[in-house]
Write a protein that binds this ligand. Sequence first.
Ligand code: NAD
Length: 400
Amino acid sequence: MENIYLELGLTPDELDILDEPRRILAVHFPVQMDSGKTKMFIGYRVQFNDARGPTKGGIRFHPELTLEDVKKLAFLMAIKCAVVDIPFGGAKGGIVVNPRELSHRELEAMTRSYIRAIHEFIGPHKDIPAPDVYTDYKIMAWILDEYERSTGMHTPAVVTGKPVPLGGNWARDISTSLGGVFVLEQAVKALKKKETTIVIQGFGNVGLHAALELASRGYRIIGVSDSKGGIYLEDGLDVNRVVEHKKKTGKVADFEGAENISNEELLTLECDVLIPAALSDQITENNADDIKADIVLELANAPVNYIADKILYERGVTIIPDILANSGGVVGSYFEWIQNLTNDYWPTQKFIGRLDEIMTRSFYDVYNLSKKDGSSMRRASYKLAVHRILEAERLRGNLD
Ligand code: NAD
């Protein structure tokens, strides 16, 4: 965070407001285990900034979770919501636990006990959790149920990413990819690219849906990969068949007619657009000079490290940063929240149309600022977001 604030040249008062989260809650709560013994767990919820609206962010179950991680992730959520100009601040939370070591009953009991410990802190107009690492729609359903037990009222808008019959969003699995595709379409137009070949690292939820959506729009996907390796076909892969192959064999490798390649080779393929959609730190000072794409669309979080970012920018590569490229997920959650609050459930086309509208507007907000400042789109995104948050603080009288 410090690096970003320094680069943006904030005043001491502005820094003071953004330096620390607004609220930090740490809880130590009991769970009855299957053995009959009670075990204590540690959980957190951090609300980074709520000047623009209730805070929003995921709940993560991870054995190495620290309060510092949660603070950083809450900050990133505040930035992400401000970049796409939706009325949320940022939050994050979680429990220090390896959920794989718990039975289904223990997982439910732990989730419910955590919510009992934090329920006064969250709410549809205060702070709205969502899924994150090792949490999913089933856990969101328990969160909703436990929260409603404590308030005695139906409150579906307290959490997003819940199952559709409980007011969830049918597009939960595709919002992030679809948002990225809308942004990429504008980038291709703005950069006046004609032929567009695409390489995607990661074929999980985000990478697979991005591949399907891009293929259906006529883009040529020439390479994809997963943790077991990659495949390359210059004429373009039949993505639907790759999905079937992956379902059958558990990997994209050995797809008929395509060449098997390593993940390292995949990243440096000759292509127009490279989409890292797997892990962080995939493009570093070690391979940045070998990247041949003109556009990098960061669907994963932080796939390009700090030094590689500078190298690619110097080389004229356009990086569409994660906080913009993968924000379709939180925009989808915003739509879920609106529908829960109004009880007006939208037809598919309205959902997709509004997502396109927000992603397109956000792309040009960032792109035009980067052109005006002569800066990278990453820097422009942070500048835009930080200024939007500070403007809200100023209007509230918290900043001169
Ligand atoms: P996922 O677990 O469904 O898929 C990850 C994919 O990456 C899998 O196909 C896996 O095989 C592959 N992978 C793992 N290691 C790899 C390697 N070394 N090389 C190539 N591929 C590798 O996860 P996801 O939900 O698709 O998320 C992917 C990324 O997008 C993560 O960085 C996540 O934080 C980010 N993200 C996801 C969402 C969302 O809505 N799911 C939203 C914002 C950001």
